[in-house]
Design a protein around this ligand. Sequence first.
Ligand SMILES: [Zn+2]
Length: 234
Amino acid sequence: MLGEPPPTPADLHFRLFGFPIRVHPFFWVVILILGMGGLGGGQADPVETLIWVVVAFISILVHELGHAVLQRRYGGHPWITLYGMGGLSSCDDCDRSPVSQILISAAGPIAGFLLAGGILLLIYSRLLEPIASPAVNLAIVYLLWINIGWGLLNLLPIYPLDGGRIARELFTLKGNVRQGVVQSLWLSVVLAGVCGVFGLLWLQSLYMLLIFGYLAYVNYQTIQAYQNYRSDYR
Ligand SMILES: [Zn+2]
């Protein structure tokens, strides 16, 4: 479910900076649901929702482009998929060494932080004042929220979030690779469980409970698979 979805006739295809990009129809569905229920306090104003969809699309694309640029830097030919679970920048031919994998994973959130930083710079240098309007202001709020908020969330050491990928590489740097992977998976299970409960109790967010509960479950399943694999081959 976290992997690339199969192609559909409703897929949108284009290229940006030479990277092939595919947008699966569920991407729009999930973004719309998040925009109508997640932020706007329940009121779905069509213009506000449209601004949200455009800003979310650009922000997630910039995040994936951050990964893709580094993947290309490490010899790969990446392609980007935007789908119901967010975005993916995949490559089957880039360098797998821990250092390059850590930098590739960090580059997504960093691209978002740079975009947010650029917007803040424009605000503080008053360059955006000539185009200030309620719509532009709302777009800026959404843009800062997604690129800073989601960027930080993405750095949590929970697999397959970017922070979880970085943690996995760090855990396997010294010694036993399988032991390191299992340790990073346990960290994912515990932290995802804590975040899910925190989201429900503190933020009254059923959505956070579902997402983090699902991540805890997937990571726990992966640990089981690792242990079965070990007993099978001993
Ligand atoms: Zn990412």
